[in-house]
Design a protein around this ligand. Sequence first.
Ligand SMILES: NC(=O)CC[C@H](N)C(=O)O
Length: 427
Amino acid sequence: MAATTTLGFVLPTGLSHRRGGFRVSVIRCSASPLTSSTGAAASGLVEKPWNSYDARLVLEDGSIWPAKSFGAPGTRVAELVFNTSLTGYQEILTDPSYAGQFVLMTNPQIGNTGVNLDDEESEQCFLAGLVIRSLSISTSNWRCTKTLADYLIERNLMGIYDLDTRAITRRLREEGSLNGVLSTEQTKTDEELLQIARSWDIVGIDLISDVSCKSPYEWVDKTNSEWDFNTNSRDGKSYKVIAYDFGIKHNILRRLSSYGCQITVVPSTFPASEALKMNPDGILFSNGPGDPSAVPYAVETVKELLGKVPVYGICMGHQLLGQALGGKTFKMKFGHHGGNHPVRNNRTGQVEISAQNHNYAVDPASLPGGVEVTHVNLNDGSCAGLSFPAMNVMSLQYHPEASPGPHDSDNAFREFIELMKRSKQSS
Ligand SMILES: NC(=O)CC[C@H](N)C(=O)O
């Protein structure tokens, strides 16, 4: 049955939603603009120092969010997630784990520190677009080399503002993650965009192959000496580590390097047999985008390495390890994205405030005996870390390297060094 929308459109019949349960009508939602480029003097508002034009965010539940664009033009489909970090938008923009996603920042004002070359977490921006309430009218920071708007345009990345990010976040918390379409194309109707959002899915897609490096390389950069910390616990020894790049963030490599690791980064498809021939002291499985159950080849590689050498998994790496140990992963309602997630370290009883970015998790009930849940997310009780001492395995669902976020969990890098040291001594 065709349905009439609030705008008087008639939705094409057969526009049924794949998950069901959503309202069929298209609903236009609005947020009063915080800035204006037309009649600025008359209204008393400040003239914006960027070019903006109309844009829309259309969500698969039928809600339409008129907005202004400050980034690249175009039409993109992706999964919308919200991030509660107060700052660190540049690290978020360059975190390859966000491939296939739009990131909505809950902090209402973004852009005031601009961007710089040092805070990049990878060479590229892989996410599909940035959604914010308000773009800072002025940019001021001693490290700033460019405004956020110029950066997005240069990287052909979409960015929109002037929409009610608080209302959208509440919707995501209630309904769960939603697919959506961001568009600046006025020729496309709301219904066409809705159709695109509803016929796309992130589940079951291998997003790792697009973000992984194409050939092995050596990594040497440490954390800048001015900003390094936890330096007392270093023993000056060097450990040879192979880092599997499933979308690796540079700060994982900087922290490993600061702790004395000599690192070779290898592509996601690098054969386990070749990795073992390089005789590493340890192997790191990195973070990465998308559905961990959609990359069985990576799980196979992890399985082949288990028990041969100490291994450390971070986020996607943790999820691959969970599967390689015999467990299952599942999609969470809206995931964890932010720099303020409390995690309990079950071994010490201490609580760490952690940086997180994931939509999937390992189901601890699916894991075999002997695998220990070492960390628990205190917001929802989900599994945040694993250990399997018999095979020298450790993993975290979150980001001990921060960037952006607190450094409470940095000690996990020292634990990996200890694991490699003990294994070396006993062999
Ligand atoms: N940061 C990551 O490695 C993300 C892991 C995975 N893609 C998820 O969303 O759960």
